[in-house]
Ligand binder design. Structure first.
Ligand SMILES: O=C(O)CCC(=O)C(=O)O
Ligand SMILES: [Fe+2]
Length: 352
């Protein structure tokens, strides 16, 4: 059990203007210091806890994640109502309930949550007649704030690997955002139960918050020991304690966010940034809600390392590919349990 509760770094974004990502860029010493800490954490573990005081008011956090807030009000709807938002073609979009037997879990994914119509059209289906304006306002305001943090982190990473400013801007234009709200019913026991099996995100970045209930665990140290200890598996095959590098189980401070790198940021940085295995293990009496903002390349974007990350000493480690092709690959049956899908799909030298 050694290392079970190691920690991932906590980075304080005090002094960083959350709108800085849209501006000419940060060249202050504070920006450079935070950027270095971000890069260290993402290269070493693939994640960190971000604290950006003042980004989101306690009232907005409560309206989104607290009792009676937006997350809870969605999941409290009747099953038949929530099911109206199911996307039959792409299960990772829309509403999903308990897709793994024995693992009660529900999630709701909304593409492009900052667009003027995405959240209202969900709310119009869920609350016909009223369209629940306060739900819409809360979710949109919350997403706007979280997306500012996401953009700051993304810009810091791209700058660190020498992406030209235009490239950072270009990435911004071709990045699509997705909101995912998830609910993990309480097992009612102190003993942990796997709520979501270990996996890596396919995103560029994933920025997560929770309703004060811990549960997410992140494999430490680039899967130290090789291969890592988790895989996408059934509950009985996914031990609660495991992982050769150990699992961190971060307790997010109020207003804190867990930032994880996904496979696509790993590609953009030519493998410098790591996309860690992570999973959810829940215990106790209270339902856990999480809220994640994913940034992804657009479906038809060719994903490749940025120019500054590839040189004679650092040859490209992944072949360029179209993002939607990667999605098609990872959701195929054969790949379901493969913990290293990106390497299988795109590593240079795999099949010439
Ligand atoms: O809900 C969580 O804490 C994590 C969920 C997750 O990893 C995912 O949806 O990709
Ligand atoms: Fe994830």
């Amino acid at each position: 059990m050694a290392n079970m509760h190691g920690t991932i770094p906590r980075i304080d974004f005090a002094g960083i203007d959350p709108t800085a990502a849209a501006g000419p860029g940060g060249d202050s010493s504070r920006w450079a210091a935070v950027r270095a800490a971000v890069m260290d954490a993402l290269c070493e573990h693939g994640g960190f806890e971000a604290v950006m005081d003042g980004l989101i008011s306690p009232e907005l956090t409560a309206a989104m994640m607290g009792p009676g807030g937006a997350a809870e009000s969605f999941f409290s709807l009747p099953p038949g109502t929530k099911a109206l938002y199911t996307n039959k073609e792409k299960l990772y979009l829309g509403y999903v309930a308990s897709f793994i037997p024995g693992m009660p879990y529900e999630s709701l994914s909304v593409m492009d949550p900052l667009s003027s119509d995405a959240v209202p059209s969900l709310a119009g289906l869920m609350w016909p007649g009223t369209g629940n304006p306060s739900f819409c306002e809360t979710v949109q305001a919350y997403m706007e704030k979280v997306s500012a943090l996401e953009a700051v982190v993304r810009r810091m990473v791209l700058e660190s690997v020498g992406a030209a400013a235009e490239h950072a801007g270009e990435q911004g234009k071709t990045t699509s955002l997705r909101l995912r709200l998830s609910a993990y019913p309480a097992p009612g026991t102190a003993e942990g139960r796997v709520g979501l099996p270990a996996h890596r995100d396919t995103s560029l970045l994933s920025v997560l918050t929770q309703n004060g209930i811990d549960g997410i665990e992140v494999e430490l140290g680039r899967g130290a020991g090789g291969g890592g200890g988790g895989e996408w598996a059934r509950p009985e095959q996914s031990p609660v304690v495991g992982g050769k590098g150990g699992w961190a189980r971060p307790t997010l401070s109020p207003g804190g966010f867990l930032v994880l790198a996904g496979d696509m940021l790993r590609v953009l940085t030519n493998g410098r940034v790591f996309s860690p295995l992570h999973r959810v293990v829940v215990a106790g009496e209270r339902t856990r809600y999480s809220c994640i903002l994913f940034s992804n390349p657009g479906d038809d974007v060719v994903v490749r390392a940025v120019d500054g990350a590839v040189d004679a000493e650092h040859p490209a480690v992944y072949k360029p590919f179209v993002y939607s092709e990667y999605l098609g690959f990872i959701f195929s049956k054969e790949q379901y349990k493969n913990p290293n899908k990106l390497e299988t799909f795109a590593a240079v030298g795999i099949d010439g």
